[in-house]
Design a protein around this ligand. Structure first.
Ligand code: PLP
Length: 381
């Protein structure tokens, strides 16, 4: 016999809480993914995703949208496999664990890698990036829009402009921000913007989403050994028919269609971004009002979808994990921080940090109730 599953409201940084209407959509009929029923779901869903990216609903020759079975990492791996040829350098610019993981993907695929690394909590310094661009003349540069391990947001559009000025193709990890803040892709020069379904889109995981530019597709044609599902040229042929390359999760397709209809036609794209900004402000006011706690990210670089807070001196990771367990019986899942980062901070004698995910379909009322409960537990811990 299975144990009963707890129905917790997730305030972690993904996967995120799924509202009842989207949960119910998983029970809509399964369908054939090469049948006309596929189009009823994926044609409007893909239009909605393009609008959310700041693109026209219909492909206009600048970007195409790929639905890759897998998750955000699947799209990120496809970017490095499809866009860097042998002998070319990919410059990775990690500002935390997920930037590091992208670099690992390039190395695991035998790519030539240079690294410009920023300390946890820092954003990319454009001057240092420019120096690195001049020094290593990369063909491709991988940057993170929103670093989930530290709560740092980079000005990805400014970084894309700089990278292009130096003649390289920018690729961007937007996994934990897409759907919660503008991606601003039209005219951005970004070659490939990668994201996923389980964060600010408030869906289960299952698709890596990739917006690929016409220039990226042209470049891929000259790159050998792009793999099969990591080949953006193979993917785009299917995407042009509003299909996934291999069999998709049809329950997720149903949920994606229902959720994109809600985002575009009920909530509205701009209202969704505005709600995320209000949630962020609530989280900031909460952290600012906690005696002894501080923000991990510097002002001006704090994520619109999650907030990382430094605990007072003397707190350890174990204490944050106890906070998590104290919140569980109240129906909430607390995020005691990115494990590896907290272990490193702790062993260096630094302050540990926890995170508040405030993305997806969470309302202001839900966040207010959670922050009130969290405040009580932190005060008693
Ligand atoms: C910023 C960022 N990049 C990449 C990933 C990896 O995405 P996925 O788990 O969807 O493969 C994550 C996951 O948390 C993330 O937050």
């Amino acid at each position: 016999m299975l144990e009963p599953f707890a129905d917790l409201t997730l305030f972690i940084t993904g996967p995120t809480w799924i509202r009842p209407g989207v949960r119910a959509a998983a029970a809509l009929p399964e369908f054939g993914h090469r049948d006309a029923e596929n189009d009823k779901r994926l044609v409007p869903a893909m239009r909605g995703l393009r609008l959310l990216a700041g693109l026209p609903a219909e492909p206009d020759g600048e970007y195409e949208l790929l639905l890759l079975n897998g998750s955000g990492s699947t799209a990120m791996e496809a970017a490095v496999r499809s866009l860097a040829a042998p002998g070319e350098t990919i410059l990775h610019v990690p500002v935390g664990a997920f930037g590091e993981s992208w670099r690992t993907m390039s190395l695991a695929n035998g790519k030539t890698v240079e690294t410009l690394r920023f300390a946890p909590g820092e954003a990319v310094d454009p001057q240092k990036l420019d120096d690195a661009l001049l020094a290593c003349r990369p063909a491709v540069v991988a940057v993170t829009h929103n670093e989930t391990s530290t709560g740092v947001v980079n000005d990805h559009l400014a970084l894309c402009r700089l990278i292009r000025e130096r003649g390289a193709l920018p690729i961007v990890d937007g996994v934990s921000v897409f759907g919660g803040a503008p991606a601003g892709l039209a005219g951005s020069g970004c070659a490939m913007y990668c994201t996923a379904t389980q964060k600010s889109l408030a869906l289960p995981a299952g698709f890596g989403l990739a917006f690929v530019s016409a220039e990226a597709l042209e470049k891929a044609a000259s790159v050998p050994d792009r793999g099969f599902s990591s080949d953006i040229l193979r993917q785009v042929e299917r995407a042009r028919k509003h299909q996934a390359l291999t069999t998709p999760n049809t329950a997720l397709c149903n949920q994606l269609a229902v959720q994109m209809d809600h985002i575009v036609n009920v909530e509205g794209v701009e209202s969704r971004f505005a709600r995320h900004a209000r949630l962020r402000d609530m989280a900031h006011a909460f952290v600012a009002g906690l005696p002894g706690f501080d923000f991990f990210a510097p002002e001006g670089f704090r994520s619109p979808t999650l907030t990382a807070a430094l605990a007072p001196k003397g707190w350890d990771f174990a204490r944050l994990k106890r906070v998590k367990e104290a919140l569980r019986p109240r129906g909430w899942l607390f995020d005691p921080g990115y494990g590896k980062l907290n272990q490193e901070l702790e062993s260096a004698g630094g302050r540990v940090c926890f995170r508040i995910g405030h993305m997806g379909d969470v309302s202001e009322e839900m966040l207010a109730a959670y922050l009130a409960g969290l405040g009580e537990v932190l005060a008693a811990s």
